[in-house]
Design a protein around this ligand. Structure first.
Ligand code: IPM
Ligand code: MG
Length: 370
């Protein structure tokens, strides 16, 4: 029987619409091959929504997301909206989407594909074989803690305030996702905090240690966030799964992403306890190359694979996308961001965004004829 899914598409800003349209074409092919019917509806989000409605996450966009089986997001933001008041910024819309859908768990894999070892700025022997999953808490911590704001002091100065706060329940639920994730991988979990300085981090560490008694098969370690940043670039292969709070996870996931040579390759999944997840590339909207057909659509395609795997439980379809990405890379196809210094001499072919999408569809259609 044909499976049907309602997918909300949020193409957003900058390169967002370009990489989204490639990915939708890929999903249509996958749908035919795997007997899945995708019903796509597009909604406004980010700068595009601000221009059209004055708000970065219009209520009907959130409603449409809530009523779908999964949300595929491309990227939001750009110089044009950087100086608007905070409540009107594209980023505020993204935070509202995460919190509105209760997406407390953000999975950000950083896997070095053998084809791209040379695209990393680090030595091949340091990065070859890296396979890390960052589990970032996404709806708490300093991004959402109160009080927050800029207040006048008694002496007439201004004082900016944000609050890093976690309840034990918030720590436990992300902790469980992380232990479960580690269990399905290589069984190692590193919890990252700043417990040497911050009370909130001490609670984080205490709760993670308490939880670990339920997961005796997972090997737990702890690192302070500064040391974790250093270890990620010094010896990244020591990591399997990392769990950390919202702000530390934001920073460390960018660092982990860059081990792979380009943030343009990395997908992510944001999941709640129930309801639709949001699947989006880790990279931003790259306004500097928007509209030039230069963007790398592979992180968006891989986000669709995460959607199929984590959001819709369509494992075979997810695997098809992952395999197709591997095959186009094996075929020597590269977008500009993943061309290494040696790529030219190794006979790599540089493609634009649309042509990369066509290459993906080409291998998908070929593989189906085998
Ligand atoms: C990310 C981004 C967002 C974040 C911004 C755009 C609000 O950097 O998804 O990592 O800080 O979470
Ligand atoms: Mg970030």
């Amino acid at each position: 029987m044909t499976q049907k899914y309602r997918i909300t598409l949020l193409p957003g800003d900058g390169i967002g619409p370009e990489i989204m349209s490639v990915t939708v074409e890929v999903l249509k092919v996958i749908g035919k091959q795997c007997d899945i019917q995708f019903e796509f509806s597009e909604a406004l989000m980010g700068g595009a929504a601000i221009d059209a409605t004055g708000e970065p996450l219009p209520a009907d966009t959130l409603e449409m997301c809530r009523n779908s089986d999964a949300v595929l997001l491309a990227a939001i933001g750009g110089y044009k909206w950087d100086n608007l008041p905070r409540h009107q910024r594209p980023e505020t819309g993204l935070l509202a989407l995460r919190s509105g859908l209760g997406l407390f768990a953000n999975l950000r894999p950083a896997t070095i594909l053998p084809q791209l070892v040379d695209a990393s700025t680090l030595k091949p022997e340091v990065v070859a074989g890296v396979d890390i999953m960052v589990v970032r808490e996404l709806t708490g911590g300093i991004y959402f803690g109160k009080p927050k704001g800029v207040f006048a002091t008694e002496t007439g100065e201004q004082r900016g305030v944000n609050t890093m706060a976690y309840t034990s329940a918030e720590i436990d639920r992300i902790g469980r996702v992380a232990f479960e994730t580690a269990r399905k991988r290589r069984g190692k979990l590193c919890s990252v905090d700043k417990a040497n300085v911050l009370e909130v981090s001490q609670l984080w560490r205490d709760r993670i240690i308490l939880l670990s008694s339920e997961y005796p098969d997972v090997e737990l370690s702890h690192l302070y966030v500064d040391n974790a940043a250093m270890q990620l670039v010094r010896a990244p292969k020591q990591f399997d799964t990392i769990v950390t709070g919202n702000l530390f996870g934001d920073i460390l996931s960018d660092a982990a992403a860059m081990l792979t040579g380009s943030i343009g390759m990395l997908p992510s999944a944001s999941l709640g306890a129930s309801g639709p997840g949001v699947f989006e590339p880790v990279h931003g909207s790259a306004p500097d190359i928007a509209g030039q057909d230069k963007a790398n659509p592979l992180a968006q395609a891989l986000s669709a694979a995460m959607m199929l795997k984590y959001g819709l439980n369509e494992l075979a379809a997810a695997e098809k996308i992952e395999q197709a990405v591997m095959q186009v890379l094996d075929g020597g196809y590269r977008t500009g961001d993943i061309m290494s210094d040696f790529s030219g001499t190794l006979g790599m072919k540089m493609l634009g965004c649309r042509a990369m999408g066509e290459a993906l569809i080409g291998v998908l259609e070929n593989s189906n004829n085998d």
